[in-house]
Design a protein around this ligand. Structure first.
Ligand code: NAP
Length: 524
């Protein structure tokens, strides 16, 4: 992902590699034979080719049952929730399953095609043993060390707390049974998802282990279950894999805390300006502003600042790359983390923009607004006056609304394309176009919406209460900085070297710090 490509970006977008994308995209229902037939071959040739391809596909199909017949027996220690769910799924996928249990009596809960034996008997029947038991009960495995020698032990366990033990459960298992080949897998898949078949959200299975062959055997099982194995390396990675299911929205923490901080700041800021100030100087009670007026000020302000913060790290990354003259040097950690949570920042911003739309829609039915309108009409009637249409105000008001509507529509489009189900259906160029070009256009429209809302009030002294400018003026600082810097960066004298740097060119390759020679993923 280019550093300049902002962050409504879905991280798991493996099909976004332009090299992997076919030159002529095929709709899912189109096969290569259809395409060839339509575009390159005469009808007779096309039919012959289709027949040949169909014949080949029958041959491939015919292999499938034989392969499934060859599936090796898998042993599962533990007939608890996870052991049973995994056993059920393995049987469905054609694996003979044998359970090793303290209680060899079978029950209606245990899949009916599975055998239930003692741990010793069950272990003898399989080369792979899945340990579906809590870590605290692992100690009994030492007595089976001889039988388990040379076997593949799959550790599926999770803990209750992050870094609960000094070593990972998988490493602990390897210490208890040194002769076995321990592989960590399946801990991110829940028993419920296995049973109900709702594996969409958890299709990826992290796998790690020191023995390549053992790891490969486990990854084959993972694939046979219709899941996607992700090789995470040696058993040293097990601790991280075990911590993964215990993390609570790690990428959402920063955007949510930041938005809460901004909401708190702007709430007190608006309270001072719009409620306390009139009360002190004009003895007017506007405390009811807390319900709608102030939230309707805060929501667009927070949305605009967060949207600008989605694009700011890309701009900072570009400046850093230009300064260093290379992309092969790591960004500071804070910038890396910031880049990773841009999608979440954008979605939180969209939520605030959506709230702003809802608050705006209720304005006409507010009692305060109806009172103010009728008061203005009455005072004009009493004075027997009419007010001519102020063309400047009419233009400002209509432009402000039009910019808001357009900005919100594009904002919504950005949010939708960040969803994996949508982003997986567009190619890399389309994805870049929406997230980068349309993203900046959204920022321009939303900033213009706020600027036009300010209209001619920016320089009016009455806008400054206790020397405090209107809150929306503060919200323009970050977006304006981002847009101005971005504008400067598209000048050819900066854009050309930046493009070359992103294509791999280095200004001073001989001086690059080789220890830092790691391609920053965000910049690829
Ligand atoms: P569970 O329902 O508590 O079952 C654990 C099984 O371990 C028991 O049914 C029992 O089987 C066996 N066991 C209990 N005490 C034992 C002892 N002292 N000695 C030997 N065996 C003993 O737990 P679970 O939910 O199936 O989880 C099993 C493992 O999978 C855990 O490590 C868990 O972290 C992991 N996991 C679970 C899930 C999930 O969704 N549940 C998801 C991912 C990973 P027998 O009576 O047959 O001996």
């Amino acid at each position: 992902m280019p550093a300049g490509l902002p962050g409504f970006v879905c991280s798991a977008s493996s099909n976004k590699n332009p090299a992997a994308a076919p030159e002529v995209p095929l709709a899912p229902s189109q096969t290569a034979s259809h395409w060839l037939g339509k575009h390159c071959l005469a009808w007779g040739d096309y039919r012959r080719l289709s027949a040949q391809m169909n014949k080949n596909s029958y041959n491939i199909m015919a292999l499938a049952p034989n392969t499934s017949n060859k599936r090796e027996t898998v042993c599962i220690f533990g007939t608890g929730d996870f052991g049973r769910a995994l056993g059920h799924k393995l049987i469905q996928s054609g694996y003979p399953v044998v359970f090793g249990s303290r209680n060899t009596q079978t029950s209606s809960l245990i899949p009916k095609d599975a055998e239930v034996l003692s741990h010793t008997e069950a272990a003898q029947k399989a080369a792979i043993i899945i340990i579906a038991i809590q870590r605290q009960h692992y100690s009994f495995l030492t007595s089976l060390a001889e039988i388990l020698h040379g076997k593949v032990l799959v550790d599926v366990s999770n803990n209750l707390k992050i870094n609960q033990y000094p070593e990972s459960n998988a490493e602990y298992l390897a210490q208890l049974v040194p002769g076995a080949k321990v592989v960590k897998a399946f801990n991110t898949v829940s028993a419920w998802a296995l049973q109900s078949g709702t594996l969409d959200a958890s299709r990826q299975v992290f796998v790690c282990g020191d023995d390549m062959e053992a790891k490969q055997m486990v990854m084959d099982i993972v694939r046979a279950l219709g899941l996607t194995p992700l090789d995470q390396g040696s058993l040293l990675a097990a601790q991280e894999i075990e911590n993964y299911p215990l993390q609570l929205f790690p990428l959402w923490k920063f955007p949510i805390l930041l938005s809460l901080g901004l909401v708190a700041f702007f709430f007190f800021y608006s309270l001072i300006r719009d409620v306390i100030y009139p009360y002190v100087y004009e003895s007017e009670d506007f405390s009811f502003f807390i319900a709608i007026s102030i939230p309707n000020q805060i929501c667009p302000i927070v949305a605009l600042i967060l949207l600008a913060l989605v694009y700011l790290p890309g701009v900072l990354a570009a400046i850093i790359q230009l300064y260093r003259g290379t992309k092969y040097s790591r960004f500071p950690d804070w910038l890396d983390k910031w880049m990773l949570c841009r999608k979440q920042l954008g979605l939180v911003a969209l939520a605030f923009a959506f709230l702003h739309v809802l608050y705006t829609l209720v304005i006409p039915i507010r009692s305060f607004m109806r009172w103010r309108t009728s008061n203005q009409i009455l005072s004009l009637a009493l004075k027997n006056e009419t007010e001519p249409l102020n063309m400047t105000n009419a233009w400002l008001s209509d432009s402000y609304l039009a910019l808001g509507i357009l900005g919100f529509s594009l904002f919504f489009l950005l949010g939708i394309t960040s969803l994996p189900s949508v982003s997986n259906n567009v190619n890399w160029r389309e994805f870049r176009f929406v997230q980068s070009k349309l993203g900046y256009l959204t920022l321009i429209l939303c900033t213009a919406h706020t600027l036009v809302y300010g209209g001619n009030r920016f320089l009016s002294p009455s806008s400054y209460r206790w020397y405090l400018p209107n809150a929306y003026m503060l919200s323009l600082i970050v977006p304006c900085i981002v847009l101005v810097v971005k504008f400067v960066l598209i000048f050819p004298c900066l854009d050309k070297p930046l493009t070359r740097i992103r294509q791999g060119w280095e200004r001073n390759p001989q001086y690059s710090d080789r220890s830092n020679y790691i391609i920053n993923k965000s910049a690829v």
